[in-house]
Write a protein that binds this ligand. Structure first.
Ligand code: DGL
Length: 268
């Protein structure tokens, strides 16, 4: 079985990798965190597309047979380009469509909130897809949250203060659900929930993306039966620092050995 390629701008996408490893425990994983270029949330769509397509090419060159875009900023701005370089035989699962399908299955209509990076919210991608399903949408960019979480500031005063500042307008108080439209946000889900009325359900991308991948791979897996080798995990970053090494385990929920792996063809 070919490994699953998973990528994000940094280590936040490890929340998705963790859900994938749980949903598909027999599959090998190659994770790529583009730590040299984060935050994607502050980059232009053109630059996000350039980074995301180069990583996709590299994951396929390394043997991956499927791609999970574990980054909402890349999913919202680069999905067509990623699919184009992946080609028709490589399933590509993004962070946005599966969570919208999960929301649509659970809530037939009404108001849905979305928070994410600037690149995600400014793309209007969530808003358009949710409105196409008949939802009213309230959205807000919360750009400092991902960087604070990546730095280890979650579960404490710094993230509490950021959440209080971003949510003080009560924008989401009438929503039935709030989509955590950034793969870093599950680490502050409890703090966000505490600042919202109990009537607002929180939904994140990780489990929905893992489930979508499992469905996409089911036919491939049954054709591959009997060819299962030992499962391996490889975690690569484009720039390795101690802080990423320390943070990775928090996101993945298990020990992670990061290795630096440059993409020579990317012009930054
Ligand atoms: N993990 C990225 C996302 O889901 C956000 C972090 C960044 O801005 O690079 O959008």
């Amino acid at each position: 079985m070919q490994p699953i390629g998973i990528f994000d701008s940094g280590i936040g996408g490890l929340t998705v990798a963790r859900a994938v490893a749980r949903a598909l425990p027999e599959h090998s994983i190659i994770y790529y965190g583009d730590t040299a270029h984060l935050p994607y949330g502050e980059k232009s769509p053109a630059l996000i597309r350039r980074y995301a397509t180069q990583i996709t090419k590299e994951l396929i060159r390394l043997g991956c047979g499927s791609i999970v875009v574990a980054c909402n900023s890349a999913s919202s701005n680069a999905l067509d380009a990623i699919r184009e370089v992946a080609g028709p035989d490589v399933p590509v699962i993004d962070a946005v469509h599966p969570v919208i399908d999960a929301v649509a299955n659970r809530f037939p209509s009404g108001e849905i909130g979305v928070i994410g990076t600037r690149a995600t919210i400014d793309s209007n991608w969530y808003q358009r897809l949710l409105e196409a399903k008949g939802f009213d949408v309230v959205s807000k960019a919360t750009p400092l949250l991902a960087s604070a979480i990546e730095e280890g500031f979650h579960g404490g005063e710094v993230s509490d203060a950021l959440i209080a500042a971003y949510f003080e307008d009560d924008l989401f108080k009438g929503a039935q659900a709030l989509i955590l439209g950034c793969t870093h946000y599950p680490l502050v889900a409890d703090q966000i929930a505490a600042s919202l009325p109990k009537t607002v359900a929180l939904v994140d991308s990780a489990d929905a993306a893992a489930e979508a991948l499992r469905n996409a791979l089911a036919p491939v897996d049954s054709a591959d039966e009997g060819t299962v080798g030992p499962r391996t995990e490889r975690f690569m970053v484009s720039d390795l620092t101690d802080s990423f090494s320390l943070g990775a385990e928090r996101f993945y929920g298990a020990p992670v050995q990061l290795e630096e792996h440059k993409l020579p063809s990317v012009i930054s």
